[in-house]
Design a protein around this ligand. Structure first.
Ligand code: GTP
Ligand code: MG
Length: 206
């Protein structure tokens, strides 16, 4: 699947615009600017498909990406969809907007039957923060399977990364819906991408 071209099919500004439940969905969640959109582009090898930015708050809807050749409508359903999400924890945007994004993200994560796995992205320079913990708790409560992915590992040195991997694994050890293995990635240096692709395929096929 990751060798084929992918296309953007839909931006969802609120729950009522979600496509009908059908294909397996894999979502990318995380704080603003953690690198969600960049990681999707790196996974599918298409720079610029998911829009990225230096400025937090770039992605403002649930953006659906599917392998090309499927409209995602009716009986032409794709085998799976990747869902790029708005970030949480961006305090600089107007409060009404932040509230709307947060509600959308939380409602989707809690209430989507075809959501197979959430990749919760954590900036390798910062580790798991309080608002990440809130999202993990929500996923545990809703029994939605998730896996932690460290991003931007090109920005820290090897010993720091090894330590962070240990700390992160320990932090999630008692969380019921957490997949125990923590993945380390860099979209910029193309690190950890094959492991993540394999994890996604296993999830979707299983
Ligand atoms: P929002 O949509 O605003 O929530 O952000 P996002 O999580 O989608 O982040 P995005 O992919 O837009 O990336 C944010 C910034 O981080 C951009 O300037 C990227 O170039 C940079 N970035 C993303 N991944 C990496 C990485 O692996 N290494 C480095 N050094 N920078 C990265
Ligand atoms: Mg984004």
């Amino acid at each position: 699947l990751f060798n084929r071209p992918w296309i953007f099919i839909r931006g969802v500004p609120s729950m009522k615009f979600l496509p009908p439940e059908g294909p397996a969905e894999v979502a990318f969640a995380g704080r603003s600017n953690v690198g969600k959109s960049s990681l999707i582009n790196a996974l599918i090898g298409q720079k610029g498909l998911a829009r990225t930015s230096n400025t937090p708050g770039r992605t403002q809807e649930l953006n659906y990406f599917v392998p090309d050749g499927y409209s995602g409508e009716g009986d032409d359903l794709p085998p799976m969809a990747l869902v790029d999400m708005p970030g949480y924890g961006y305090a600089q945007a107007p409060k009404a907007q932040v509230d709307a994004w947060t509600r959308l993200v939380f409602d989707y994560l809690r209430g989507r039957a075809t959501l197979k796995r959430v990749y919760v992205l954590i900036d390798a320079r910062h580790g798991i923060k309080k608002n990440d913990e809130e999202v993990l708790s929500l996923l545990d409560k809703a029994a939605v399977s998730y896996q932690i992915v460290l991003t931007k590992t090109d920005k820290i040195k090897a010993p720091g990364l090894a330590r962070l991997l240990d700390i992160t694994a320990e932090t999630i050890r008692k969380r019921p819906a957490a997949f125990p293995e923590v993945l380390a990635t860099s979209s910029e240096k193309h690190r950890g991408l094959d492991e993540l692709r394999q994890a996604i395929l296993t999830t979707v096929e299983g």
